[in-house]
Write a protein that binds this ligand. Structure first.
Ligand SMILES: Nc1ncnc2c1ncn2[C@@H]1O[C@H](COP(=O)(O)OP(=O)(O)O)[C@@H](O)[C@H]1O
Ligand SMILES: [Mg+2]
Length: 305
């Protein structure tokens, strides 16, 4: 049955541009499915947003990424307005967005995460922070923005790097090896994709440029490692109480030989990229589900908390 759907996109986080692309592609798919679609470019003005949601749509398709759109805040607003929305609810979104909070939940439930801790920005220039190599990253940003890798002997954190970070920062042991990602749809993990970049680091450019990362789906991994990566991702999705589609980012250290012990979970993305060439749609396609069908599946699961 045709629904009135409002697609929320853009927003004012650093991931605005990516969200505009996801939103336009999802809106197109929703129209192909026969729905009445309203595209809302969310700006930093709540009165405008509430006005754009009148008359009230049957559902919101949330194509926002990053702060405000992915961290439980827009979800709370939609809950209060009584408009069903796609993807995760308030708490799951907030937990997933805060890497300090989500890693506490994961490690308390025996899901392996890199060794690490949250510090105040002012503690970062402390020489004995952690034995390099280690990673310094914002607790609540996406798309590799603000991620610094400190290698032994080569580079150090500078005052300029530190000045750009928020008050709370995550310091993590650097996991060498390979970069994996797993989409979870409902409670089911779809596939494991390995991401390869020439630069060796998966930064913003590599994530979104044409020439960016090479996606290998399904990843070439030993069967038990493949299965364990799928299982860890599905467990992480359930532990945070996520809904609809999410995507887990993992590292796999096979530098000492292949073993499931080399897997570590980095994060769960509750609003993963949704262009037809993004990782989640790619895995859905690998499992026989075309992009338009995936978008329809996500819409069907729209709900309030
Ligand atoms: N502990 C780590 N060890 C190795 N690489 C890491 C580590 N943490 C982050 N990275 C690299 O930085 C990228 C971004 O980190 P991630 O935690 O996924 O945050 P986000 O994607 O939200 O920016 C990862 O995809 C990975 O390539
Ligand atoms: Mg990530």
């Amino acid at each position: 049955m045709a629904k009135d759907v409002a697609v929320l996109m853009g927003g004012w986080s650093v991931e605005r541009e990516v969200s505009l692309v996801s939103g336009a592609d999802c809106a197109k798919a929703l129209r192909e499915l026969g729905h009445n679609v309203r595209e809302i470019d969310v700006k930093h003005d709540l009165d405008d947003l509430v006005a754009a949601l009148k008359p009230r749509p049957d559902a919101v398709f949330n194509a926002l990424h990053g702060r405000y759109g992915e961290d439980g805040r827009i979800q709370a607003l939609l809950d209060m307005l009584g408009i069903p929305y796609t993807h995760s609810g308030v708490l799951a979104s907030a937990l997933a967005m805060d890497k300090g909070a989500s890693r506490s939940v994961f490690s308390a439930n025996r899901l392996r995460v890199p060794e690490g801790f949250v510090v105040n920005r002012s503690d970062l220039l402390d020489k004995n922070l952690m034995e390099p190599p280690f990673v310094v990253k914002p607790v609540n940003e996406g798309s590799s923005i603000g991620v610094h890798i400190i290698r032994p002997g080569s580079n150090r954190l500078t005052e300029e790097m530190v000045a750009e970070l928020d008050e709370r920062v995550l310091v993590e042991q650097y996991i060498p090896g390979r970069e994996l990602t797993v989409a979870v749809m409902g409670d089911e993990p779809l596939a494991v994709t390995e991401l390869r970049v020439d630069t060796g680091f998966f930064d913003y450019e590599a994530k979104y440029s044409e020439a960016g990362a090479h996606h290998e789906c399904p990843a070439e991994l030993p069967d038990d490692v493949y299965r364990e990566a799928m299982e860890m991702s599905a467990r992480a999705h359930r532990l945070l109480g996520c809904r609809g589609v999410t995507r887990a980012d993992l590292r796999y250290d096979d530098t000492n030989g292949p073993s499931t012990d080399g897997l570590a979970l980095l994060e769960i993305n509750t609003q993963p990229g949704m262009t037809p060439t993004s990782l989640v749609p790619e895995q859905a396609r690998h499992r026989g589900m075309p992009f338009v069908e995936l978008v329809g599946w996500i819409l069907e699961r729209a709900q309030c908390d």
